[in-house]
Design a protein around this ligand. Sequence first.
Ligand code: FPP
Length: 242
Amino acid sequence: MKNPDQGGGPRHIAIIMDGNGRWARERGLRRIDGHRAGIDAIRRTVEACDDLGVEMLTLYAFSTENWKRPPTEVRALMKLLVDYLRDESDLLMEHGVRLGFLGDRRRLPVTARRELERVLDRTSGNRRGRLNLALNYGGRDEVVRAARSIARDVSAGRLDLTRLDEHTFASRLDTAGLPDPDLLIRTGGEMRVSNFLLWQTAYTELWFTPVYWPDFDKTHLTQAILDYRGRRRRFGALDPGP
Ligand code: FPP
């Protein structure tokens, strides 16, 4: 997703794709139709990132809390995921995009896990861009899993607790080795982070839009990017001045 002509970032955009259900209801459609339209928006966004020089895109596709939805909707979302992975892996290859995964894959249905692993493997050599899917992902769950893995290593004598710092901790997260998001977009009008990338968004710029996810397109993405470019990121320091 790299385009050297487009400077100024953001390099990494994360998106909370909200509003599929409301989009469907307003059209007298079923919620699943909204999710299906959401898949088209994912496709458009991956292509737009390539055009606009965004190297990394991280999408919140299914949270650890989404299991509370009716079983029919959960099943339909898992089926959509399998269809998406089957249909899109050619497009990812075409755009040189490597797929990444955030979350706990152990609870995913076997077919979804198998398909996911196939596409992760198929695209593993791609270097132009990266698409991370957060599935069965929760920021708190991720931090707890990282803490557990550290505790295991400390009790086995493999890690010295006095040497644990932010860098070591981050290396145990699902995003190990990835840059933090520069920009977090949330569609659908709500203004909260809903357990998404809690550690990684410490200094991320936030951008909210009332647009429902299925209506999100390149114009909205461009608007978010331009807004981002107008901001001054200080990371807790003072402004260097003019
Ligand atoms: C929220 O809409 C959206 C989600 C549950 C996650 C996003 C899912 C997709 C874009 C489709 C599935 C994609 C994959 C890759 C599995 P909502 O249902 O909460 O909308 P509402 O707030 O209007 O009800």
